[in-house]
Write a protein that binds this ligand. Structure first.
Ligand code: BDR
Ligand code: CA
Length: 313
């Protein structure tokens, strides 16, 4: 039986790759996609999700438009990285008309409650605004999920996670809505955090050679991958697969090695979005529960898994 997942996304370039990857993995059934403001505004993120689902022929995946802004702050986009439209200004065809649920948070709650306890894994690849709202609106939700796999944070547990990618210390998804991250990290959900500690490992990134190899297949999907990644590849020569790694973590726990830690989310202006490990011996009054934090990735196996899935027909 494929694993049911819900993907909560801000639909930048690597989110698009994550959606394609998840849709192509036989081990996965995408139950719903909920969108959130992040890399781009939620309206653009929703349009991007529909465009990618159209390319994949996934007409029956439910889509819900979620939060337009973080819980307590203004929205800070990252169009300078992901392009004005979030998809590398790739000019994909307009999406076909379909129903979009206006209450993405409500859709998330409804789908999880409709499933058996532990049947759904939630994979978050954008800021945590929708999930925090869902956990607050429906307190039973966190425990109903198998787990939440969160792409977010920089934990300083490997050399790749010693710095952030927005400030010197903060990773984007946590920086964008730290108040939401605090609610989710301190909930009773079982959490696997996939942070920069593993996603910035260059051996787990998509290179120009990988993209050329995929493009030689001449499929619709390989063409979309080439288009959405073109700007990033011309600027940096590679594309970090932050969000696809979170999808992989949801289906194959053996790809990542994790450590259990408590985490503090910094919501102060000085350290906004910083994710700090609380060592047990440092503070006996530390609150919150331990989560699994990725500290190593079998990069070769992950890249092979990604390339094989996205190249499949
Ligand atoms: C995260 O931020 C976004 O720009 C990416 O899509 C990813 O989810 C990496 O820090
Ligand atoms: Ca993202």
């Amino acid at each position: 039986m494929p694993r049911k997942i819900i993907i909560d996304t801000d639909m930048g370039v690597d989110d698009a790759l994550a959606l394609i990857f998840a849709a192509k993995l036989p081990e996965v059934q995408i139950d719903a996609v909920t969108t959130v403001s992040g890399n781009v505004h939620v309206d653009q993120a929703t349009e991007n999700a529909l465009k990618i689902l159209d390319v994949l022929g996934k007409k029956n995946v439910l889509v819900g438009r979620g939060a337009a802004k973080p819980l307590a702050r203004s929205h800070v986009h990252s169009q300078e990285i992901h392009g004005r439209n979030g998809l590398g200004d790739s000019g994909l065809p307009e999406p076909q008309l379909r129903t979009v649920y206006d209450d993405g948070v409500g859709l998330l709650i409804q789908r999880v409650l409709a499933a058996r306890k532990g049947e759904v894994t939630l994979v978050t690849i954008g800021p945590l605004t929708n999930v925090a709202q869902a956990f607050t609106r429906e307190p039973r939700l966190a425990d109903r999920l198998d787990r939440v796999v969160i792409m977010g944070g920089a934990y300083g547990l490997t050399r790749y996670g010693r710095g952030g990618n927005v400030t010197s210390e903060a990773e984007y998804n946590i920086y964008e809505d730290p108040e939401a991250a605090e609610i989710v990290f301190h909930s009773n959900a079982r959490i696997t955090a996939v942070g920069l500690d593993v996603t910035m490992n260059p051996s787990a990134a998509l290179t120009r050679q990988h993209i050329d190899h995929l493009a030689s297949k001449g499929t619709v999907v390989s063409d979309v991958i080439r288009k959405v990644t073109a700007n990033m590849v011309s600027r940096w020569g590679l594309v970090y697969l932050h969000d696809p790694i979170a999808i992989a973590a949801a289906v194959d726990k053996t790809l990542l090695r994790t450590e259990k830690h408590m985490v503090d989310i910094d919501v102060t202006e000085k350290g906004i979005g910083r994710t700090t490990i609380i060592r047990r011996d440092e503070s006996s009054s530390a609150t919150g529960h331990e989560i699994d934090i990725a500290v190593n990735i079998d990069a070769k196996r992950f890249i092979d898994m990604f390339l094989e899935a996205v190249a499949s027909s």
